[in-house]
Design a protein around this ligand. Structure first.
Ligand code: SF4
Length: 663
């Protein structure tokens, strides 16, 4: 029998406007070692299924059936709960929306002409957002978008994952069955890339389906979120992971796969524990006694080992954009790696120092990708480029006459003089995002950010003057931040408004593995804690050491008003749409209309999303919000009885539901 080709899958839900960099990078590397693999992007392929008339009609049938059940219950003597009222209301809203044509919206967003007409773009964008509204009613109480897949209240744990899978709550269940039916029965290896938290439920859903269909296939999870998930578990909980998959790849996967795949081919399936233990970065349970075992840690050498990413398995017309944009990672890690709040990628593992692909090779990689995949638009998907590297790469691109357009994240650094920014522009850099974080010198120092407000303003101005669109990422409420500090952030945004093309003002939340999460008291945080359901420790919660710094209602309203005033002058949007920072769609709009395209308000959409909605917010929504707020008030705060874990989890939520039904 012919050997099956190892398969790597990128699961939903994530940005469908471009192919993520990880799997093509691994494929390119393995190809250079003469190991053939195939990659599939389920996240992009699913779009046609989700938007098809047939799918929407099936969901409409499900909604109508459920509406009849709830109607009957309402008219009988059984009391309908507040939760059911909420579901009922959402169903009534969703049923008429099923008449809309979603596949047309998909086609129009892929068509150059419609994409670049602002009104038309907004209309189709809204249409796809409505699709999520239907999904949320059909698969209640789960919520979906291109960067979200979660439960209304409870975080993902094994209980919730089990419920999601056994009740077939994935909107893609039928589509997965069709996709998996195409996989040969002798498939020996499937890897799933769990990069973002929003991919977590579908990753485990898929793994379970694959295990059922192909019990002898070796399944491995990799990616930044897989690394987080596996690291934080006790051995007892980790064993539960291995009822879904055979192994995890912690950190970078190139070398792990280069050693694992030949072994699997030789054995026709799972290698021995002894062999697995020698594979770098692998994490698995022993076949004999379920002991949790690790392979040695290996950091990938970018200087000698890389090959250009290979996107050839992916149909680039599947992506939600009129033209392709490819991701490329010329560096890995962060050369600064000190910011208090940062836990990006694998940086905080302590093993992943900053590394760079040699300049000549990076330029050659870009040139070959441009030729092979007929695109000139690139996003450098890395934590950061050192200024020396960014400038040398720009010079090399110019020297080789490589005509591309690119975008990336950069640190504010003094080396970015106006002359250097002009060089970057000449090499094709058209949009850059800065982690500005704060306008307060005190807070920047507390963050160990290594920059000052003065430097931020100066360097931003240089980029702006060179013609490069600049985006500022800021956030409020860092530990020990007071009202004056917050005002300084708002002031620096307002003062530089004419030279900032996009911005966000977020709110502080501790990030897993960040210096604050690891050493809270050093940063004025009394305590980091988790909910009972958050067994993977993906959502750290915190209590500030000094409560007196938190804003009162009046101050909060003032700040909200000032942020609204600032935002009202721009077209800002959420991920992955045009108007959000570092998205493919934003980049295309910047290329077409110039760096200030989002610095002005776009004309209002005549038929906005609200137009499609049949009813206003009902009493049940309001009552539900009130009850939920009450529940969360207790369920999210530590008490004297439970100090390290607070109640929020599926079981405590169910208890609350039973209780509220009696009201
Ligand atoms: S926030 Fe940016 S500069 Fe700071 S450590 Fe993280 S990646 Fe590096």
């Amino acid at each position: 029998m012919q050997l099956s080709t190892p398969l790597l899958i990128y699961p939903p839900f994530a940005d469908p406007t471009w192919p993520y960099v990880s799997l093509p990078t691994i494929k390119g590397y393995l190809q250079s070692k003469k190991i053939n693999i195939s990659i599939q992007d389920f996240n992009a392929e699913m779009l046609t299924y989700l938007t098809s008339k047939k799918t929407i009609l099936e969901w409409k049938g499900t909604l109508q059936k459920r509406a009849r059940q709830l109607n009957k219950k309402q008219t009988s003597k059984t009391k309908i709960s507040m939760f059911e009222k909420l579901e009922y209301h959402r169903i009534l809203q969703a049923i008429p929306l099923c008449e809309l044509d979603f596949s047309a919206a998909l086609s129009l967003l892929k068509s150059g002409q419609a994409f670049y007409e602002k009104q038309n773009y907004l209309k189709q964008r809204d249409r796809l957002e409505v699709l999520f509204q239907i999904m949320e009613a059909t698969f209640f109480p789960f919520r979906f978008s291109f960067n979200r897949a979660d439960h209304l209240v409870a975080p993902w744990d094994f209980e919730l994952l089990g419920h999601y899978i056994s009740h077939k709550k994935s909107p893609l269940d039928l589509w997965y069955q069709q996709k998996l039916a195409q996989i040969p029965a002798n498939q020996q290896f499937i890897g799933i890339s769990l990069t973002f938290i929003s991919q977590l439920p579908e990753t485990f859903y898929l793994a379970k389906l694959i295990k059922k269909q192909l019990p002898n296939c070796f399944i491995m999870l990799g990616g930044a979120t897989a690394d987080l998930v596996a690291h934080e578990l006790t051995a007892h909980e980790a064993r539960k992971l291995f009822t879904y998959v055979d192994a995890f790849c912690l950190q970078e996967g190139e070398e792990s796969l280069a050693q694992l795949l030949p072994l699997i081919a030789t054995h026709g399936g799972r290698p021995t524990d002894y062999e697995l233990e020698k594979i770098p970065n692998i994490f698995f349970a022993s076949n004999s006694d379920q002991t949790i075992l690790h392979g040695p840690c290996k950091v990938f050498d970018l200087k000698t080992s890389t090959a250009p990413p290979d996107y050839s398995d992916l149909d680039l017309s599947n992506y939600l954009a009129p033209s392709p944009m490819l991701l490329y990672a010329p560096t890995r890690g962060c050369y600064w790696n000190r910011c208090s709040f940062c836990g990006y990628g694998f940086n905080q593992s302590g093993k992943h120092r900053y590394r760079e692909i040699p300049i000549e090779q990076a330029a050659a990689d870009l040139q070959s990708m441009q030729k092979n995949f007929a695109t000139s638009n690139f996003y450098f998907s890395c934590d950061v480029l050192s200024p020396k590297y960014a400038l040398a790469l720009a010079a090399e691109l110019i020297k080789r006459k490589i005509k591309i357009f690119w975008s990336t994240d950069l640190r504010i650094e003094a080396n970015y003089t106006l002359k250097n920014c002009q060089l970057l522009y000449k090499s094709g850099l058209r949009a850059v995002a800065f982690g500005v974080e704060s306008g307060s010198e005190k807070i920047l120092q507390l963050m160990d950010k290594g920059i000052t407000p003065h430097l931020i303003e100066k360097i931003n101005a240089n980029f702006h003057q060179a013609g490069i669109s600049t985006a500022w990422m800021t956030f409020l409420n860092h530990p020990q931040e007071n009202l004056q500090d917050i005002k300084k952030t708002i002031k620096i945004l307002a003062d530089n408004h004419k030279q900032i093309d996009q911005f966000i003002v977020g709110n502080f939340n501790p990030t897993p593995r960040s210096p604050i999460a690891c050493n809270p008291t050093k940063f004025g945080v009394e305590k980091i804690y988790y909910t009972q359901g958050d067994i993977f420790h993906l959502f750290p919660l915190h209590i500030a050491a000094n409560d007196s710094l938190s804003l009162d209602d009046k101050a909060q309203q003032l700040i909200d008003k000032k942020i609204d005033q600032l935002s009202s002058q721009n077209h800002l949007d959420h991920y992955p749409w045009a108007g959000a920072i570092s998205t493919h769609h934003s980049f295309l709009y910047i290329l077409k209309y110039g760096q200030r395209i989002f610095a002005a308000k776009w004309p209002k959409l005549k038929n906005s999303r609200a137009h499609f909605s049949t009813q206003k917010i009902s009493d049940s929504e309001e009552q539900w919000d009130y009850l939920l707020a009450n529940y969360l008030q207790g369920a999210l705060r530590p008490s004297d009885y439970i100090r390290d874990k607070v109640p929020t989890a599926l079981h405590s939520f169910r208890y609350f539901m039973r209780w509220q039904k009696k009201l």
